[in-house]
Write a protein that binds this ligand. Structure first.
Ligand code: ADP
Ligand code: MG
Length: 614
């Protein structure tokens, strides 16, 4: 009997592998870009012609290859990135399977030019469909340049399968984005048919996002950040009001590797639920960082699928991270009375009234002095003044939000679309004004909003306090002179009941005998000269509390403190304070009502206005 089983020649084996690794020009682009990144390049050029069908070239300034390596790299399973099975557990490079170049060379005409810095001359190698053609010394810059010509020239079936140039180019751009997003520290230039398609300089992630997707993304992104023992999640999501109905802005990376994960996509979609229309897809650019030992990246030839040891846990953390991020910055439900409107064409801006109030500023005026009891008005010594500044820092509703980064100059040049961005997101500076020292008036994409300053501030302070408490960010401030306070006998019980809560918020309280206490520190910034009065106030608030805070004894103190500290009706506010309040309220989790259930604002939609003024 004749034996019939034979080992396949390498060229055939490589072509079979190529079927998995290189499905289209974009796959070759991915592999070449990843190799350049792995080589430690700081600058990478990608050159393609006819959507990569005739030429794909990647030029990097990375470590380069020796004469032998430049030949070896085309062998199957030839890699410099791992040596033992053990290494598979700690992979940090993008490549490691050592089959990309072998595969590509089996189905294209490839020329490599490479030089290591320490070498005097470089080397060039030419291979046609796995056939080694020649290797020659070459004068070339440090780094590597790989040209891949006529992809699938020897596999017509594959070549005929390719889609239109437009579509293949789209796939290439996707791959380019996946690398360029994660390695925002690398400069990239991308030429398509001799024209520059993208040119991006090293920068941070946000700068890279803006460079790739356009300036309007400056106002469209919400940062995501969650650090836990099993995973760190960072990146950005698109604000809910900018969701699109087409895919294309969903990027998920694990240990700096782009991955496709329907499972985690679901977690993100879930987190956006009810904030966006059903058929819309949220944008996200998320980076997971996990211990390499807890993932298996070697389950798919293109390495875009990964097994996570604790995928369930990560699922819920991704969900939490997104909810948190939206919660912090969520403005969509507040601003879009009719959510569908925000999906419409932005042409309505033409007939929108322009509100440009003039505000007289009294630089001496401090709207917050009203919160301080009468004694303070007599004694504005420097210590107190700094306390007050501190107070504003601590309780500034916008402290935890990025500043409105639209400079005056940019304002005049932005196009209608990004003008609208600003308004949907948050009104810019001076787009809100105060009426009767009590109401704050502003407008958004969909209507006019009127707030009550005191109610609004209560809500903001309350949410800030709770968040700080939750994140253990409460800053206590030592008093220079500890103050003694006497609690009314009637209040003693209430006070003892809530004493732990006071302490959790930064009050450091010592027994001083018979209804008297020594207060050593207070929540930073709220060092009120009349601590006893403040305390009385808070206790009274607790007693009278209704709604949200009544139900939860553990947040009564925070709620009552917020009420005591909130800027009062009748205080004239400065423009920044007006804006801080407006933006702060719109960024609250529950912006519409105070903790007692009183309204904080009313909204009149343009729709209603149009109907009224027919
Ligand atoms: P892998 O990336 O999985 O190791 P490849 O077939 O993509 O396998 O590459 C094989 C080897 O060739 C790499 O391990 C690396 O040593 C070398 N190599 C490929 N591209 C470059 C490059 N641009 N610069 C330096 N070395 C490279
Ligand atoms: Mg590789």
């Amino acid at each position: 009997m004749l034996d019939i089983i034979r080992l396949l020649p390498d060229s055939v084996a490589n072509q079979i592998a190529a079927g998995e690794v290189v499905q289209r020009p974009a796959s070759a682009v991915k592999e070449l870009l990843e190799n350049a990144v792995d080589a430690g390049a700081t600058s990478i050029r990608l050159i393609i012609k006819e959507a990569g069908k005739t030429l794909i070239q990647v030029i990097d300034n990375g470590c380069g290859m020796s004469e032998r390596d430049a030949r070896m790299c085309f062998e199957r399973h030839a890699t410099s990135k791992i040596q033992t099975v053990h290494d598979l557990m700690a992979i940090r490079t993008l490549g490691f399977r050592g089959e990309a170049l072998a595969s590509i060379a089996s189905i294209a005409q490839v020329e490599i030019k490479s030089k290591k810095t320490e070498d005097e001359v470089g080397t060039s190698v030419r291979i046609d469909g796995s056939d080694f053609k020649e290797q020659l010394p070459a004068t070339c810059p440090d780094g590597t340049s790989i040209q891949v010509k006529n992809l699938f020239f020897n596999v017509p079936a594959r070549r005929n399968f390719l889609k239109s140039n437009t579509l293949e180019l789209k796939y290439i751009i996707d791959e380019f984005f996946r690398v360029a997003l994660v390695r925002h520290d690398i400069g990239f230039t991308f030429y398509n048919n001799d024209k520059i398609l993208y040119q991006v300089v090293p920068g941070n992630l946000k700068q890279r996002l803006v460079a790739l997707f356009g300036n309007q993304y400056n106002q469209r992104l919400i940062p995501v950040n969650l650090e836990t023992d099993i995973v760190n999640i960072a990146g950005y999501i698109g604000k809910p009001e900018f969701v699109k109905k087409i895919r294309g802005e969903q990027f998920f990376f694990a240990n700096d590797r782009f991955i496709k994960s329907p499972y985690f996509h679901h977690a993100i979609e879930n987190a956006f639920r009810e904030l966006i229309p059903k058929d819309a897809i949220p944008s996200y650019f998320l980076f997971l960082e996990v211990d390499p030992k807890t993932i298996d990246v070697n389950i798919h030839p293109t390495k875009t699928e990964i097994n996570f040891q604790d995928s369930k846990g990560i699922y819920s953390l991704v969900h939490t991270a997104i909810r948190q991020a939206i919660g912090k910055f969520n403005i969509a439900p507040t601003l879009n009375f009719d959510r569908e409107m925000s999906m419409e064409n932005p042409t309505m801006s033409d007939d929108r009234p322009v509100i440009q109030p003039t505000i007289t500023i009294d630089p001496e005026y401090n709207p917050f002095e009203k919160k301080v009891r009468s004694q303070s008005e007599l004694s504005l010594d420097p210590r107190e003044r700094s306390n007050q500044e501190n107070w504003q820092k601590i309780f500034d509703p916008l402290r935890n939000f990025p500043a409105n980064n639209i400079s005056g100059a940019e304002r005049t040049t932005v196009n209608i679309l990004s003008d609208l961005d600003k308004e949907t997101s948050r009104p810019g500076i001076f787009t809100a004004f105060q009426v009767q020292n009590r109401f704050l008036v502003t407008y958004t994409l969909t209507g006019i909003v009127i707030m009550d300053q005191q109610n609004a501030h209560e809500r903001i302070l309350y949410e800030n306090l709770l968040r700080e408490k939750e994140n253990h960010e409460i800053v206590a401030q030592k008093l220079l002179l500890p103050q003694t306070i006497r609690v009314n006998t009637a209040d003693i019980e209430l006070f003892t009941e809530n004493r732990k809560e006071f302490e959790a918020l930064g009050f450091e309280i010592e027994d001083f005998g018979k209804n008297t206490y020594l207060v050593n520190s207070v929540p930073a910034g709220c060092s009120n000269p009349d601590l006893a009065g403040l305390l009385e106030d808070i206790l009274a608030n607790i007693r009278e509390s209704t709604g949200e805070i009544r139900a939860h004894s553990n947040i009564q103190v925070a709620g009552s403190l917020a009420k005591s500290l909130a800027v009062k009706r009748g205080s004239r506010l400065q423009p920044e304070e007006i804006n801080n309040l407006v933006e702060g309220l719109l960024s609250c989790k529950v912006p519409d009502v105070t903790i007692d259930g009183k309204p904080t604002m009313i909204k009149v939609s343009f729709d209603e206005l149009h109907k009224t003024f027919k």
